[in-house]
Design a protein around this ligand. Structure first.
Ligand code: 5IU
Length: 452
């Protein structure tokens, strides 16, 4: 069974709510804009919507059903079809000829009407509509609304004695979108501010270019990475989650010209052999000018991490330009990765991750302060003194059925101000990995340029 949240997310995909800066009819600037008319263009969604609305209502109370024109007309029609409660139609203006009726359809005096509205803001338009229906001798006891903008309308109508039923309100919408990483914390704060009746300040959010970040960074690995990005016009890191040396080397050879770095999970290579795996990989990386990023995600005390970094069969410190590390061990645990730039894990892309707001903020503080940390992996915007690496990017799909949640390059560059995208299956599972890497390279670079 589909949950209410899943249903909302389907509706959201149709573009019914936009976030940014919008000037309302009243001249006030709003941080969001709602238009539910697209819902009527998707028959399955409209039918589900009708049923969700009907479920909330005491249906025996109603003799007729009426939508406030125009957006709620298809909704009221769908509800009528699903419930067999007859529909009446309210005109926007009375005809200047003939019957001059404002309400069309079959009804009798004394009947009770369910009024349907798409969005309620101040409630003013409903307050104008209700007397026009009541003038015909029909009573209105209940109003059902798809989305409450929470600007006082619901409360005002309830005070006047109407039962107002709302399917969603903007606070719930923000929560659902935030859980899905579709809405940034600063946008939510601005919406809250707006709902509290404050004039909202829209500071222009700008992102730093590679050139600006290059000037500010002290770490030679950041500079190297950024210089490659500028030279190749690429911000693509391919994730080589393959299981054999031959697959790894063959992928590196194919995607090498299009990437800034190859991300490895070296411990999943079943036939790992330093001479046969790392030596040729270093040669390919040098020839195609990309860096090696070992996604080891260290998560221990400093001493153990130092050993894991330099010893064992992988000898990561001898070849990895970049390594990923959790910062769960604290600032001091980050001291020992001396040959590589550290990319700190700040937030994860998997469903139900424990990297909540508090954790991310604390981890980010360490990342900002630590000279060995050049950036972070995150699904949120982070300080622009760090490089932001964003995995969970795929042009073709929204998830993998195993908890991975994908975004588009446009989203991560524009909204998160990401610097590098990390793409795994989108490339190594493609029929033609070389072609796919070129597609992601172009999409990533264009999205970066568009975000400036
Ligand atoms: N990865 C994520 N999400 C994260 C972190 C790492 O996907 O939050 I931290 C890794 C896992 C995999 C690669 O190696 O990035 C993404 O691969 P796919 O594009 O195949 O999902």
């Amino acid at each position: 069974m589909e949950t209410k949240k899943q249903f909302f997310l389907e509706c959201y995909q149709l573009g019914i709510i936009k976030f940014g800066k919008f000037t309302l009819k009243s001249g006030i600037e709003s941080p969001f804009y709602v238009d539910l008319r697209p819902l009527a263009s998707d028959p399955k969604i409209l039918k589900h919507l009708a049923n969700y609305l009907l479920e909330m209502l005491p249906l025996d109370n109603f003799d007729v059903i009426c939508g406030v024109p125009y957006a709620a007309l298809p909704m009221a029609t769908a509800m009528s079809l699903e419930s067999y409660i007859p529909l009446i139609i309210k005109r926007k203006e009375a005809k200047s000829y003939g019957t001059k009726k404002l309400i069309e359809g079959i009804y009798k005096k004394g009947q009770n009407c369910l009024l349907v509205e798409d969005v309620i803001t101040s409630g003013k338009s409903l307050l104008e509509t209700i007397p026009e229906i009541e003038n015909e001798g029909i009573t209105v006891s209940d109003i059902v609304v798809v989305l409450d903008r929470q600007q006082g309308g619901k409360e005002m109508l309830e005070e006047k004695g109407y039962n107002v039923h709302t399917l969603f309100n903007i606070t719930e919408v923000c929560e659902m979108l935030s859980e899905e990483n579709l809405l940034m914390d600063d946008e939510i704060a601005r919406i809250k501010d707006f709902l509290e009746g404050n004039i909202v300040k829209f500071e222009k959010r700008t992102r730093k270019s590679y050139e600006e970040k290059n000037k500010e960074t002290q770490h030679h690995i950041s500079q190297k990475l950024i210089n490659i990005a500028i030279a190749k016009k690429s911000n693509l890191i391919a994730s080589a989650d393959v299981l054999t040396t031959s697959e790894l080397l063959s992928l590196a050879e194919k995607v090498g010209p299009n990437i800034v770095a190859l991300k490895t999970h070296i411990d999943i290579i079943t036939d790992f052999d330093y001479e046969k795996t790392i030596v040729p990989l270093l040669e390919i990386a040098k020839r195609h000018d990309f860096l090696l990023m070992e996604d080891r995600k260290f998560a221990d005390i400093g001493n153990t991490q130092e050993l894991q970094y330099s010893y064992g069969i992988y000898r990561i410190s001898s070849w990895a330009d970049l390594v990923t590390s959790q910062v769960i061990g604290g600032y001091a645990a980050m001291e020992y990765f001396l040959n590589s730039g550290i990319v700190a894990i700040l937030g994860m892309s998997s469903k139900g991750t424990l990297t909540d707001n508090h954790y991310r903020n604390e981890a980010e503080k360490i990342a900002i302060e630590h000279p060995n940390i050049i950036g972070g992996v995150c699904q949120n915007e982070i300080s622009d003194s760090l490089l932001l690496f964003t995995p969970g990017v795929n042009l073709a799909t929204a998830g993998d059925g195993k908890g991975q949640q994908y975004n588009t390059p446009e989203h991560v560059f524009k909204n998160l101000h990401s610097d590098f995208i990390i793409v795994g299956r989108g490339i190594y599972k493609a029929d033609d990995a070389e072609k796919a890497s070129l597609e992601y390279k172009i999409a990533g670079w264009n999205a970066y340029l568009a975000s400036l």
